[in-house]
Design a protein around this ligand. Structure first.
Ligand SMILES: [Zn+2]
Ligand SMILES: [Zn+2]
Ligand SMILES: [Zn+2]
Length: 332
């Protein structure tokens, strides 16, 4: 019997439809490669990208030369542009503004073949540290209100370059999804005077049915109302609304839990395409009692078709309780 489930933060409904009793092996990733050939992100090709805004690991030599272990460059084909004023304009009932923003590519490694899911914890820690560095730097620009950090892996998930990279977009307005999470968590807080995410953590630790893995500072869960099979959320155990407030000592645990979650996912569905996003408080906001930063990892295994698009309901063929069990039990 299909089941309707409501996400407790967003109020978004999803449909768990298990009629065909899916297992991980039912999701075969046929072709996941993106175009090969010349790679602008490989060492030696630094002059083919816009000048870097951050690099780690280069001990000698000028900027934009080889020797780096991680490099951040503006996107050559940005969705938003950094130069200009943020002019807001009304046209009758319509509002518009200039497409001001920053769009950057985090080149995670000089090695073209490296995959995020098999990177060492030290490397992952460096990547997360780069996210932090860039968010802090971009938060100094008062035109920006939010930095969306995300990764697309595999053609089906929107990646257009094979070389392992993640991206960020600094935005002059708060994305709708963040507004919804802020509003949903605030209305829960007003009612219960507790953070909904902290309550989710408590319940998941107690019930132990949607847990994927855990360590001292983080838990990884299959959320109660997942949009996609094998969706996972990585949530810090200690309440904090902002990713950039995370202490340096916790980055190791973040890298470890991300690494384990991704290795488990890959062991269930080899070479699975996926997206992940960071949800954190708006730039320059005071610590919020009701909001709790987290990563959401969304494997790309089902397509968004007319029904989902028109209704906003996602149909998920695997209950998260089953997905979490597959993820926990798989050999890694
Ligand atoms: Zn490359
Ligand atoms: Zn919390
Ligand atoms: Zn979220």
């Amino acid at each position: 019997m299909p089941e309707l489930r409501r996400d407790p933060i967003l109020g978004r409904w999803i449909i768990i439809s298990t009629e065909r009793g899916k297992r991980p092996t039912d999701f075969i990733v046929e072709t996941n490669s993106v175009k090969g050939g010349f790679c602008p992100l490989c060492p030696g090709n630094e002059n083919t990208t816009p000048p870097e805004v951050l690099s780690y690991g280069r001990e000698a030599g000028p900027a934009n030369s080889p020797g780096w272990s991680l490099r951040v460059v503006p996107n050559k084909y940005p969705a938003l542009v950094i130069e200009g004023e943020l002019d807001k304009e009304g046209d009758g009932i319509y509002d518009k503004m200039n497409g001001i923003g920053a769009h950057e590519v985090i080149v995670e490694s000089p090695n073209h073949e490296d995959a995020f899911s098999s990177q060492s914890p030290d490397k992952l820690r460096q990547i997360f540290w780069a996210f932090r560095d860039r968010i802090i730097d971009l938060s100094r620009d008062s035109r920006f209100r939010y930095v969306m950090v995300f990764k697309n892996y595999g053609r089906a998930a929107g990646a257009s370059l094979e070389h392992s990279h993640s991206q960020l977009v600094a935005l002059p307005i708060l994305p709708r999804m963040i507004v919804s999470e802020l509003e949903g968590s605030l209305s829960y807080y007003r009612y219960k005077e507790r953070c909904i995410f902290c309550d989710v953590i408590r319940q998941e630790l107690k019930q132990q049915v949607r847990m994927v893995c855990e360590n001292e500072h983080f838990i990884s869960i299959a959320p109660f109302a997942p949009r996609s099979p094998f969706e996972m959320w990585i949530v810090p155990r200690r309440h904090s609304s902002s990713f950039v407030a995370l202490g340096e000592e916790s980055f190791h645990d973040l890298a470890m839990i991300f690494s384990e979650s991704m290795r488990r996912l890959n062991a269930c569905i080899p070479n699975v395409p996926y997206n992940f996003v960071l949800h954190t408080a708006p730039l320059r906001s005071q610590p919020l009692d009701h909001f709790h930063w987290h990563f959401e990892i969304m494997p790309k295994l089902t397509s968004i078709a007319g029904f989902e698009w028109g209704s906003g309901f996602y149909i998920n063929p695997i209950p998260p309780e089953d997905a979490a069990r597959f993820l926990r039990e798989v050999q890694i």
